[in-house]
Design a protein around this ligand. Structure first.
Ligand SMILES: Cc1cc2nc3c(=O)[nH]c(=O)nc-3n(C[C@H](O)[C@H](O)[C@H](O)COP(=O)(O)O)c2cc1C
Length: 205
């Protein structure tokens, strides 16, 4: 069986989003046949061929000033020349996203929307979170999966006076694992479907 290759490209200045990225990777690794590869934005810009060979790319960045961090944006901008101009190399790959910030809302939605638009510019298929919003009733709690109530991707909140060994909380890391697992499942289905069509000579070039 051909493995589904899933790259996770992220930036993290202080380590909090890096913890979230490792949780996404752990979720991918839960799915048989899925091979995660964790890359910082700096690594990724030295290994564009790795990303071109991936079946899915999950993008992760802290929310800084209501959007992706400058380092993540530099990676996005570099992809114009290294990916789009070289022949739309990410077209038809699966994409998803996650972000982490200090405030509970913190304008994280703006970051996830920017990541989804970025994926659309590359012709990728966006996979959402598919979890009900939680922590929104008298029976809810901050321990709930998707406690921050996002749909487009996985969100995490890190207290600004605590290091990454203490924050984000386990509920946000579990939400990140959920996203990784969901992307891995969707990617394995896509890879298997393409292989089946190819065997029948029905896959469009
Ligand atoms: C330049 C800068 C801008 C920030 N802007 C936001 C923001 O718009 N919303 C928010 O909730 N937190 C904001 N924060 C807090 C960070 O998102 C938060 O500390 C996050 O955990 C940092 O992630 P990192 O450790 O992966 O770098 C900002 C922090 C910095 C340094």
């Amino acid at each position: 069986m051909t493995a589904a290759r899933i790259a996770i490209v992220y930036h993290s200045l202080y380590g909090h989003t890096a913890r979230q990225a490792r949780a996404v990777k752990a979720g991918v690794a839960q799915v048989e046949g899925a091979e995660p590869q964790l890359l910082t934005v700096e690594d990724a810009q030295a290994r564009w061929d790795n990303l071109a060979a991936a079946d899915a790319i999950i993008f992760g960045t802290p929310t800084y000033m209501a959007g992706p961090s400058a380092a993540f944006k530099a990676f996005q901008d570099a992809s114009s020349k290294a990916v789009m101009a070289r022949g739309f190399l990410w077209k038809d790959k699966i994409a998803a996203g996650f972000t982490n910030s200090g405030a509970h809302a913190g304008d994280k939605l703006a970051t996830l929307m920017q990541l989804a638009l970025f994926a659309a510019q590359h012709g990728m298929h966006w996979v959402n979170l598919a979890l009900p919003p939680a922590n929104n009733s008298s029976r809810g709690s901050a321990d709930d999966l998707n406690r921050l109530g996002f749909w487009l991707g996985a969100a995490a909140q890190s207290n600004v006076d605590e290091g990454p060994e203490r924050t984000p909380p386990e509920s946000d890391l579990a939400t990140a694992r959920h996203l990784g697992r969901r992307v891995a499942e969707a990617t394995c289905q896509l890879v298997a479907g393409r292989r089946a069509l190819s065997a029948k000579g029905l896959l469009a070039p």
